[in-house]
Design a protein around this ligand. Sequence first.
Ligand code: LFR
Length: 457
Amino acid sequence: MLGEVGADVLELRELNRFWNGPVRAHGTLYWDLLHLYRSTLDGLALAGPIDGIGIDSWAVDYGLLDDAGRLLGNPVHYRDSRTDGVMERVLSTIPAAELYAVTGLQQLPFNTIYQLAAEELPVDAATLLMIPDLLAYWLTGEIGVERTNASTTQLYDVLARDWSDELIARAGLPRPVFPALREPGEVIGSVLPDETGLAAGTPVIAVGSHDTASAVVAVPAVGERFAYISSGTWSLVGLELDAPVLTDDAREANFTNEGGVDGRTRFLRNVMGLWILQECQRVWGADLDELLRAGADAPPFAVLIDPDAPEFLAPGNMPARIDEQCRRTGQEPPQNRGAAVRCILESLALAYRRTLRAAQTIADREVDVLHVIGGGSQNELLCQLTADACGVPVFAGPVEASALGNVLVQARALGEPLSDLSAMRALVRSTHSPRRYDPQGKPADWDAAESRVFGTR
Ligand code: LFR
């Protein structure tokens, strides 16, 4: 994405959009990282002269380098099954409450700490880099880990704002493998022209390198009384806070305190998100718009699932897994694709409602509006169901929130007068006006639906 930022200007132009998905080879699910890097270079070559480059991606995954800086093995996808059962094993030596007190992180089976415990660390592993740090390393030759992404490893001390030496030791990992942390806005280095074929001298600037951290920068909110859903493959549902909430309630409800830009806390929970629909679409070979039209016409509240059930995590035959969960919970499986789509979207809206309510209670923060950002903000049916289920106005957009948050943080680092997050958000608001959805329908229907899915478990 090519971004332009100035007084009253915030624009993006797509330079290169490319496929990114899991690749299974000999029983392991990998990322095609060299394809991502190659495609990034192709996109950068189309950009012309630019003032900076910022990189964000998903979190938790990593590459390991040897002491000559060579990549040891191809990075594994967090949806790979090598972490099956590992979380339980690690938690038998590091109790969950102790882990939470230090990291404030939600338990997800693929957190970096569990991925590292699932593999034998190669003896020649010298450096761990998160995915955006690895790409930045290839562009510049500079080593370091950006803080928002480090905060998702479950090896990071959320209060000290640095790696947790104690947890690294207790996990049996060598401390020198974890490089110094960088803050969003720091210059990482300059592009290496011979290595990359790009113009010399362009700075690579650290941004909120966790895509969700960048996306939350671009929430077009006013003040503090807002919640957000960063809606894409995952739905990240929560609040922005000044400090982490490390209470037992937060831990038991599995809320995370991930690092945000400008030292904020992203207090949120991962909801399985549009991944379930994406996988259905893949299996059916169907067109998304047609599926959404069929979902809009299907009868409401016919079938409901718990989208966060572990069986939905790995890629595979999602329609069959939905049917299976329905049978297990005494429901007739969806009779056609429209009914299945309706089931997925209503079930997501219900999960959002539960998460939003829990977040407000646990963090003692009430909200007046819910911002839905990211690709999922284009899904009109889901936005309306979200407003109906949550009982608050939904403001949908911007779609490319992560890219906007990325370029805003770079622009500030390069001297643009965007003093704080509220100045950045004001610029997003004035250039990317969100679409409003007001709650409709009967709140009692959602109460009944909620007790159907969650009340009896
Ligand atoms: C969203 C996201 C989530 C993270 C998941 C795995 O793209 O970054 O925030 O939990 O991917 O890294």
